[in-house]
Design a protein around this ligand. Structure first.
Ligand code: ADP
Ligand code: ZN
Ligand code: ZN
Length: 842
């Protein structure tokens, strides 16, 4: 040891030296904090391990932090405190992740603690805010110390204990973090941050025959005995047809879902009850596995079509020269099949694969399709999952259980260390961008960085690529592979425009429905084919207004009108969630002529029932899909054919694949097209093409799409009809170039907020001036009031900064912006001003 050159932990004179660790704390502070490493921990503490530390006044808070650096220089500005507990023997956060956190904090102009906070599932962060719950999966009581066992008994009785409550139970001098750590290690408890995340396992009630009958002889005796009770005999026979014990008696152990017998109408339920009472059958409960594995049983072979095969080969060839390839494939071309093929190849070569999907698409059919191929080798990372489930995926990657993860945007934070391929499906989707809270990152762009560090390939896929991505492909910076044939003999749908202005003149409209659409729906009902109706607005109607005095219902916290929700008979703000009762008379003039204006999905659903009595209509929007499995349920019902029409918001545009849908009706297309944003045309094209793509996905079923518009001449509609993505691209890219918008520039949006409009404006003005001085007026736009200028009682002003892609030192610009922001935030005259920074805003 004496011979070694300087090394952190090799001082012979250990008495004198204290070690320090720079920690990332899960809070929005710009810097790392330095803590002392207690002597006993010095040898084992690793970079990337989690530790528990006291924080705040009088050490009043407890936080989980991650070690970013180890050294022996005490901080100069403050007295370092001691780390209280080390949670990991091995790094939980890999060096790749630490690099990613640092890069994101810098690039997206936020605190590294913000990044870590979003990155780690809350089950990995013990803090004074934590709740501790008994783990219902726990079955190793023999591992517990006596004290732990007592505590667990207490925990079982309660829904959850807070950190403090636990402290009280443990008593003075007890080490709560150490205790929690030990219990987590034994899988006896689950830790989470908010009670709403409470993990409740799904229980399934099952039945099985009494053990005795697992002996063949006994079973025969039983059946003979039941000869005289044919109804009971029938129940047993039915059980045996599901659980073939004659062949393998052990199958009886697992039993059968009780509901299968309950739902069988040909069986006598009272006979079943009698059999249970007589102990012929026993009932028992099991925890339903997270992802029921019924679909996993038979792995399917996928045979690519020639077109898909070619695409797959082209992608592989292009990967030899390019790190990023765009797969531009029309809706229904079977991009998923191509992905599966590439994923298999990557896994075979021993590397990890990440498959990113937009939030909503992930809850559906795709997961089932992939599970059939990859079984339980595939991890699923979804925001609707409980925290415990997320922790499982995280640990499953570290342990090697999951080599392949399919997940939403936050799965870029998972601890991969050997990625070979990242797929970003529907790469144009705006839901890849996180809006709130910081880091306001774009998962596609982060995925590209991640791949860069790990030398992985990235495949971006879409039927309607973002202009940014297509531009890169055109420039030769990304590879480009096209797949312009639908699977099977299916063809793209026939898109027709319906002139609502004309129909209104001729008085053939019925409320929101043109006669053309009503007719088409009618025909589809007769043919027993399904229809999808798209209106990108939820609720019954977006306005409530007084006919006499023009009063409109507005949110008291935000500058927006309240949306009328009929089912719950209330007015709701879609920005802050504020709710009000529906006024019977106008609150201003007392008139009873208060009417609703405009329409959302709820109203359409209502009207469909009127025009097509007896038809079965379902609605899919934020309001009907809040519950955990609501989304799947709607999809399953629609898929099962019990439903004729599905009304929905943009949720129904994403990745759905139904056999029997032959008609798509689109409302209010003009509102999408004329939205005041430079990306509106691109968005409208994407949304309308995607929703149209839900029709006619099977051979022999020509799909039809009807778009209702007041102005059929608009060129964008022609482009949608002709599926002319390239034409749209050429036009749009020219405009972007002329006005120096992305992809020709980068955008940073600063939103200044304050409860008083004057102060908000003042701060925004000052910031704009300072930025303009340094950057020039062509690069700084604003300050401007956004479309909704007040949200949650804060007045907003936007400043948009445009930076050229070339020849500008973006890093320096960002540093400058941050300094100016800090000036304002520390100005005593501008107290309470907050500024949101959104890099690459959408
Ligand atoms: P996209 O994502 O390009 O819109 P999908 O991947 O959803 O298209 O494929 C459309 C439909 O065609 C799916 O139901 C899929 O199962 C089916 N399909 C595509 N390719 C194949 C194939 N090679 N073998 C069997 N079915 C396929
Ligand atoms: Zn009025
Ligand atoms: Zn509001």
């Amino acid at each position: 040891m004496e011979n070694q050159p300087y090394s952190l932990f090799s001082f012979t004179d250990a008495e004198e030296v204290t070690f320090f660790a720079d920690l990332i704390l899960p809070i929005p502070v710009p810097r790392l904090f330095t803590y002392r490493v207690p002597r006993g921990m010095a040898d084992t503490l690793k970079i990337g391990a989690r530790v528990i530390v006291p924080f705040g006044k009088n050490n009043g808070r407890v936080l989980t932090a991650v070690v970013a650096r180890l050294h022996n220089t005490p901080p100069t500005a403050y007295q370092a405190r001691y780390i209280s507990e080390v949670l990991d023997e091995y790094p939980l956060v890999t060096s790749y992740q630490l690099e990613l956190f640092r890069w994101m904090a810098e690039y997206y102009m936020c605190c590294i603690g913000d990044v870590m906070n979003v990155a780690l599932p809350s089950g990995l962060k013990i803090s004074s805010q934590s709740k501790v719950q008994f783990n219902p999966d726990f079955d190793y009581p023999e591992l517990l110390t006596e004290f732990e066992a007592t505590l667990l008994t207490e925990l079982k009785k309660q829904p959850a204990l807070s950190y403090e409550e636990l402290g009280r139970l443990v008593g003075e001098g007890g080490n709560v973090p150490a205790l929690i750590k030990s219990l987590i290690g034994k899988k006896a408890v689950i830790v989470f941050e908010e009670v709403k995340e409470k993990y409740i396992p799904k229980m399934v009630r099952k039945v099985r025959l009494h053990r005795n009958y697992e002996e063949r002889e006994q079973l025969l005796v039983l059946l003979q005995r039941l000869e005289k009770l044919p109804k009971q005999q029938e129940v047993v026979m039915r059980y045996l047809s599901h659980v073939p014990m004659q062949r393998n008696p052990a199958l009886n152990q697992k039993g059968l879902d009780k509901t299968i017998l309950n739902q069988d109408e040909t069986l006598s339920q009272s006979s079943l009850t009698t059999l249970i009472k007589n102990d012929v059958f026993q009932t028992f409960e099991v925890i339903q596995p997270r992802f029921s594995d019924n679909s996993v049983s038979t792995p399917v072979e996928i045979k690519l079509t020639d077109a898909q095969q070619t695409a797959s080969q082209q992608i592989m060839t292009q990967f030899e020269r390019q790190n990023i390839v765009l797969l531009h494939g029309i809706t229904g071309s079977g991009k998923t099949e191509v992905y599966i093929n590439l994923i298999q190849q990557a896994l075979e070569s021993g590397s990890q694969v990440l498959y990113l999907l937009p939030e909503i698409a992930l809850t559906t059919q795709i997961v089932v399709r992939l599970q059939r191929v990859f079984g339980d080798k595939m991890g699923i990372y979804h925001s609707k999952f409980s925290d415990n489930e997320r922790v499982e995926v995280w640990k499953g990657i570290v342990s090697g259980q999951y080599q392949f993860v399919i997940g939403v945007r936050s799965s870029v934070f998972l601890p991969f260390d050997n990625l070979g391929l990242i797929i970003v499906d529907e790469e144009h989707e705006t839901s890849y961008k996180q809006h709130d809270p910081a880091p306001r990152y774009h998962a596609r762009d982060v995925a590209i960085m991640l791949a860069h560090w790990q030398q992985a390939k990235v495949l971006l896929g879409s039927a309607t690529p973002s202009l940014e991505t297509y531009y890169q492909a055109k420039q030769g910076r990304y590879g480009l592979v096209e797949l312009f044939k639908r699977f099977g003999e299916a063809t793209l749908p026939n898109i027709m425009l319906v002139n609502t202005k004309q129909e209104k003149k001729q008085k053939t409209m019925k409320n929101e429905f043109s006669s053309a659409l009503l007719q088409a729906l009618e025909m589809n009902l007769e043919r027993k084919e399904q229809s999808i109706l798209f209106q990108n607005r939820r609720g019954y109607s977006p306005y409530m207004q007084c006919e006499d005095c023009d009063w409109t219902a507005e949110c008291s916290n935000c500058a927006v009108s309240l949306t009328y929700h009929q089912r719950d008979a209330e007015l709701r703000c879609h920005y802050c969630g504020h709710k009000e009762n529906v006024p019977r008379v106008c609150p201003t003039c007392g008139s009873t002529k208060v009417r609703t204006i405009g329409f959302g999905t709820e109203k359409l659903e209502d009207q469909l029932q009127i025009y097509f009595p007896g038809s079965r209509v379902l609605r899919m929007d934020l309001d009907t899909t809040r519950a955990k499995n609501a989304y799947q349920q709607i999809i399953q019902e629609f898929e099962g054919g019990q439903v004729d029409m599905l009304v929905g918001t943009q949720m129904i545009t994403k990745g759905l694949d139904f056999d029997n849908v032959s008609l798509v009706g689109i409302f209010d297309a003009d509102r999408l097209i004329h939205f005041p944003d430079f990306r509106a045309t691109e968005r409208a094209f994407q949304m309308l093409t995607q929703v149209s793509g839900r029709a006619g996905r099977r051979a022999g079923r020509q799909g039809n799409v009807l778009i209702q518009t007041g102005n059929p001449q608009q060129t964008i509609l022609q482009k949608i009809i002709e599926n002319d993505y390239k034409g749209l691209y050429e036009e749009e890219i020219q405009e972007r170039q002329d006005f120096n918008y992305p992809p020709f520039s980068r955008l940073i949006k600063l939103t200044v907020r304050h409860p008083e409009r004057i102060i908000s404006h003042q701060a925004a003005e000052r910031l704009t001036n300072e930025l303009t001085d340094a950057l020039g007026s062509s690069r700084v736009l604003g300050p401007e009031e956004p479309l909704v200028e007040r949200i949650r009682n804060l007045f907003l002003f936007d400043i948009l900064i445009k930076i050229e892609r070339e020849k500008v030192n973006v890093k320096a610009v960002k540093t400058y912006i941050q300094e100016r922001i800090n000036d304002i935030l520390t100005d005593k005259g501008l107290r309470q001003v907050s500024i949101v920074v959104d890099v690459d805003c959408l």
